[in-house]
Design a binder for this molecule. Structure first.
Ligand code: AFP
Length: 321
């Protein structure tokens, strides 16, 4: 196989974006190989610094950011905004697109062999970097992630459904696995970091209390809980079998808008989920109707099976939140 052989090829990918998706997938194969070496490889889970938000930066956070930025220089990406860099950078003056990326989300799981991922969002580039990213999420041209798990897979939307490609280890190519992922309208599974219970707002506490009340409670069914601590892993599970994910605002200092970043986490995940017939809000208002105020601005995020997301919004309405 020559190095020019594309690692992904599909009519479902708009031709003008295909070189960008190709670059992301080609780099993701190298990232997956590094991750697959686990502790055999050089330790990439050690902290090497802090990002703009003060979060610890792991070696692989920085390395993967460098790998994606380098590969995208030869595409039509003009502006590159990364969780690992304070400001957006100019990659290609003549580029028509603006790409936001969390190069390695879930990096606190690197050394414990849990699924992690790369999240990305693509907009039409404007003259200025900030204007290219601080805009309603519904202006995205593409949103997606690559999950590095037992399987490495690209899940992406261009506004015409949510599509899954799986990296076939035998061919070394990303092959179409599912043309239209659909989130079941309801589910018995919720995902939230329950250790923050005492910090939650009343609508969130009321919803989780009702889930925990099981068949004897107002929701009249028993629920199960999952919490991986890796947004890409949670999203992939919910896109595959339904459920609801909540990372709400809470009472902790710095968590007034939750933990997840609007531009390169909430917006692309909301795009994917809505295209799979699910819902995605800040607890009440659709994420897709919202815009970030700053590049690393946070937003509360509730997404998944539409009936459950609507129910959480109803709890907010009832509380006047
Ligand atoms: P890291 O990249 O620092 O591991 O954070 C991952 C993440 O942003 C997201 O992927 C998880 O859903 C969330 O944080 C987990 O947050 P808690 O550790 O507060 O549960």
């Amino acid at each position: 196989m020559t190095s020019q052989t594309p690692v992904i090829s599909s009519d479902l990918i708009p031709s003008e974006l295909a070189p960008i998706i190709e670059a992301l997938c080609a780099v993701s194969k190298d990232v997956a190989k590094i991750i697959a070496k686990g502790s055999l490889g050089q330790s990439l889970a050690h902290q090497v610094g802090e990002n703009s938000d003060g979060d610890g930066q792991k070696a692989l956070d920085v390395l993967s950011d460098e790998m994606f930025a380098e590969a995208l220089k030869s595409t039509s990406v003009r502006w590159y905004a990364s969780e690992e860099q304070e400001d957006a950078v100019l990659l290609n003056e003549a580029g028509a697109y603006a790409l936001a990326i969390d190069p390695l989300d879930g990096s606190s799981n690197i050394d414990v062999n849990v699924s992690i991922g790369t999240i990305f969002s693509i907009y039409a580039a404007k003259d200025e970097a900030e204007a290219s990213f601080l805009r309603p999420a519904n202006e995205q041209l593409a949103g997606g992630y690559i999950v590095y798990g037992p399987a490495t897979a690209l899940v992406v939307t261009f506004g015409k459904g949510t599509v899954q490609f799986v990296l076939n280890p035998d061919s070394g190519l990303f092959e179409l696995a599912e043309e239209a992922m659909q989130i079941p309208a309801t589910s018995k599974e919720f995902a939230i970091n329950a250790s923050n219970f005492r910090h939650w707002t009343k609508p969130v506490s009321a919803f989780i209390d009702d889930c925990l009340a099981g068949v004897d409670g107002p929701l009249e069914k028993n629920y199960n809980m999952r919490w991986v601590g890796s947004l890409v892993a949670e999203t992939h599970r919910i896109l595959t079998r339904g459920g609801i994910f909540l990372y709400p605002r809470d009472g902790r200092s710095g968590y007034e808008n939750g933990r997840l970043r609007m531009v390169y986490e909430c917006a692309p995940m909301a795009f994917l989920v809505e295209q799979a017939q699910g819902g995605a809000t800040d607890g009440k208002t659709p994420i897709m109707d919202q815009a970030a105020d700053t590049l690393h601005g946070r937003a509360p995020l509730v997404f998944g099976s539409s009936e459950l997301v609507d129910r959480v919004a109803a709890y907010h309405d009832k509380a006047g939140a």
